[in-house]
Structures are given as structure tokens and as C-alpha cells.
Design a protein around this ligand. Structure first.
Ligand code: FES
Length: 121
């Protein structure tokens, strides 16, 4: 069954600002993920570029480009839309894997899915 996992306070995510990182199990593999806020709404994606499967932030938790308009991979400059994860420029091959979020009260939760689970300790 799908579950909602507490991730952070809504105030931790600022429009165009630093990401909040978290870990998930995606298709059986432990992966880094990140949440950002864009135009008032929180969004989350796997931290895995679709050009080469590697993490995208050159400084921890920094994904936005200088304009705050796009998410950019630091390695070769693939650029993604912050709300959908769609590839909009550079060498990406398809969009980022999106993770559903919800925000209620002051808390942001991420949603599990059939191929997306929390890490078991
Ligand atoms: S690894 Fe992200 S653009 Fe090449």
C-alpha cells in the first residue's frame, strides 16, 4: 500500500533555494532524492541525471541554475523543468524521475509507490 512519509517542514523549502535531500529505494536500489520549491509548490525527484546516471548537484543541495528557473546537472549542464522534471536542454535523455509530494499544515510528505519505498533500517 502507498504511504506518506514525513520529509521536512514546508518552511525548509524556499522558492528557487536549496534542496532537502532524502534517500529512497527505487526499483530495489538505494537512491538519493531531493525536494525543492518552485513557484510556491514543492516538488521532488530522484537525484539521478538522465544523461549519465549520476548525482546532479556540484555543491550539496544546490540544483537550481543562477536564474532560479531551471534545475541543472553540474556535470554537463543538462537542464530540467523544476515542476515536471522534463528535459528542457543539454544532453539529458528524458526527464527526471518524479516523486509525489503533498504539503499539509506545515509538513511536506513524500509518497511511496510500487517501485518507490522508504529505506528499511
Ligand atoms: S551527467 Fe548530467 S549532464 Fe551529463
Amino acid at each position: 500500500m502507498d504511504a506518506k512519509i514525513p520529509l521536512c517542514n514546508g518552511s525548509d523549502l524556499v522558492n528557487g533555494g536549496r534542496a532537502v535531500p532524502f534517500d529512497v529505494v527505487y526499483a530495489g536500489q538505494t537512491c538519493r532524492a531531493f525536494a525543492i520549491r518552485y513557484q510556491g509548490r514543492p516538488h521532488a525527484f530522484l537525484n539521478r541525471c538522465t544523461h549519465v546516471a549520476m548525482e546532479m548537484d556540484y555543491q550539496p543541495d544546490r540544483f537550481f541554475d543562477d536564474t532560479g528557473r531551471w534545475l541543472m546537472c553540474a556535470t554537463h549542464g543538462a537542464t530540467y523543468a523544476p515542476d515536471t522534471g522534463a528535459c528542457v536542454g543539454g544532453p539529458c535523455r528524458g526527464g527526471l524521475v518524479k516523486i509525489e509530494l503533498s504539503e499539509h499544515g506545515h509538513v511536506v510528505h513524500w509518497h511511496t509507490a510500487y517501485n518507490l519505498k522508504p529505506i528499511e533500517f
